[in-house]
Design a protein around this ligand. Structure first.
Ligand code: GDP
Ligand code: IMO
Ligand code: MG
Length: 428
């Protein structure tokens, strides 16, 4: 398998966990390159559900090395809980989980500031996991990295400096209680002793592996439209979920990456605030949310649902240099009479056929739709492309044509088995 980035092409929750798990069978290393435990990646194997937040979704395949890259922000408490949860299900990470010594650490003050900022200022609808404040410290050059956590002398100084600043912000801006140095120091040195064995120079390990022709899979979290540069800013997360993030977030050069695969949901969802031109009205919202079980894998919040937006995905194809597409959750559209695809936005007399950076246009636009007939039959038991109903093929072909990218895999249910290749180019 070539070294491949697999990432979300919309606003997250496209089914990356499922798709990564499938491709992971052929990889040697699976590496997360950004985000943190704001992610929730679901893998279902024989009816058993695993939700991964920080640990790469390849962990369910025995013998695969799973890496948390330098671009990830790690909450050690959440990580240890996740290790325990999966170990109770018989999955051991020992000897095959590695964490970058350059990854930044999430502290309780990050979580608190995330929560307070959401309450006080314009809402983003974050997961309140402390992701934004931790990345803010990283960029402000005051963050604490895994390597610092392991060095008691450095950790004491950095934690004290951070608390001096954060406690002042907490009391003066938010009128909130201060954090105690002793309590955090004790909590985090205990975490350090537990996770020390995983922490290493993962960039070097990955580059050496690539030299030996091992295969690396780069696991994106969130989605392209949540990318801090290429998404619907400011309604985004604080990292680069796009393909470029795979290099900066792992220490692997771009010339070592062979392929980018985008995971595309057959419709659109988003969690949290922000513009969503193709969002359904209440009836369809309720129907698709129920059928697609569209509730957040991390926070349990109901996801907002809407029609397939080709401006969003075309933008995603472009900024990621996407080579191939995997379409998920086709089965969720099984019952519909007809299905819409948004092909343009209209705003203040102008027609947009490309995704606009101007949020006012995105928020106020009228979507232009084309309508295709539904297939009104159950696809969850379909095992090959050829057996899909004609109108389902027609829908996929239309998406492929609009995106000008090959659809290589189709998913019609949450289980590993409910997936098939699109080997047969259908003519309709
Ligand atoms: P991720 O964040 O991109 O990994 O996606 P999530 O795990 O947050 O959300 C995707 C949800 O859809 C999960 O509950 C999956 O089990 C489920 N899922 C994935 N693919 C399919 C599919 O083809 N059909 C259906 N019905 N569910 C799917
Ligand atoms: P996966 O990897 C969907 C959204 C939040 C919020 C915004 C910022 O499972 O696809 P943050 O806590 O990151 O500062 O929140 O980003 N968000 C996600 N939405 N899937 C995710 O991850 C998300 N991670 C963050 O809802 O709108
Ligand atoms: Mg998710």
């Amino acid at each position: 398998m070539p070294n491949t980035v697999i990432l979300g092409a919309q606003w997250g929750d496209e089914g990356k966990g499922k798709v990564i798990d499938i491709y992971a069978a052929k990889a040697d290393y699976i590496v997360r390159y950004q985000g943190g435990n704001n992610a929730g990646h679901t893998v279902v194997i024989g009816g058993e559900e695993f939700i991964l937040h920080l640990i790469p979704s390849g962990i369910l395949h025995k013998g695969k090395i799973c890496i948390i890259g330098n671009g990830v922000v790690v909450d050690p408490k959440a990580l240890l809980e996740e290790i325990e949860t999966i170990s109770k299900k018989g999955i051991s990470v020992d000897g095959r989980l590695l964490i970058s010594d350059q990854a930044h650490v999430i502290f309780p003050y990050h979580r608190k500031l995330d929560e307070l900022k959401e309450g006080k200022h314009g809402k983003i609808g974050t997961t309140k996991r402390g992701i934004g404040p931790c990345y803010a410290d990283k960029v402000a050059r005051s963050g604490i990295r895994m390597a610092d956590l392991l060095d008691d002398k450095v950790f004491r100084i950095k934690l004290k400096d951070n608390l001096d600043e954060k406690n002042e912000i907490l009391s003066k801006i938010y009128d909130a209680p201060a954090f105690s140095f002793d309590a955090i120091y004790a909590e985090y040195t205990a975490y350090a002793s537990k996770i020390r064995k995983y922490i290493t120079d993962t960039g070097h390990i990955l580059n050496e592996a690539i030299k030996k022709r091992k295969n690396v899979m780069f696991e994106g979290a969130q989605g392209t439209l949540l990318d801090v540069d290429h998404g619907t800013y400011p309604f985004v997360t604080s990292s680069n979920a796009t393909a470029g993030g795979a290099c900066t977030g792992t220490g692997v050069g771009p010339n070592k990456i062979d392929k980018v695969i985008g995971v595309v949901k057959a419709y659109t969802t988003r969690v949290g605030e922000g513009p969503f031109p193709t969002e359904f009205g209440p009836d369809l919202m309720d129907r698709i949310r129920k059928k697609g079980k569209e509730f957040g894998a991390t926070t349990g919040r109901p996801r907002r649902c809407g029609w397939f937006d080709s401006l969003v995905v075309k933008h995603s194809v472009e900024v990621n240099g996407m080579d191939e597409v995997v379409v998920t959750k086709l089965d969720v559209l099984d019952d519909l009479e007809s299905i819409k695809i948004c092909t343009a936005y209209k705003f203040e007399g102008r027609t947009y056929d490309r995704f606009p950076a101007n949020l006012r246009a995105m928020e106020g636009c009228q979507p232009v739709y084309e309508e295709l007939p539904g297939w009104k039959s159950d696809t969850t038991q379909v095992t090959s492309y050829i057996k899909l109903p004609a109108n389902a093929k027609r829908y996929l072909n239309r998406i492929q044509k609009i995106l000008d990218k090959k659809i290589v895999l189709i998913s019609v249910g949450c289980d590993r088995k409910q997936t098939f290749a699109r080997t047969q180019p259908a003519k309709l």
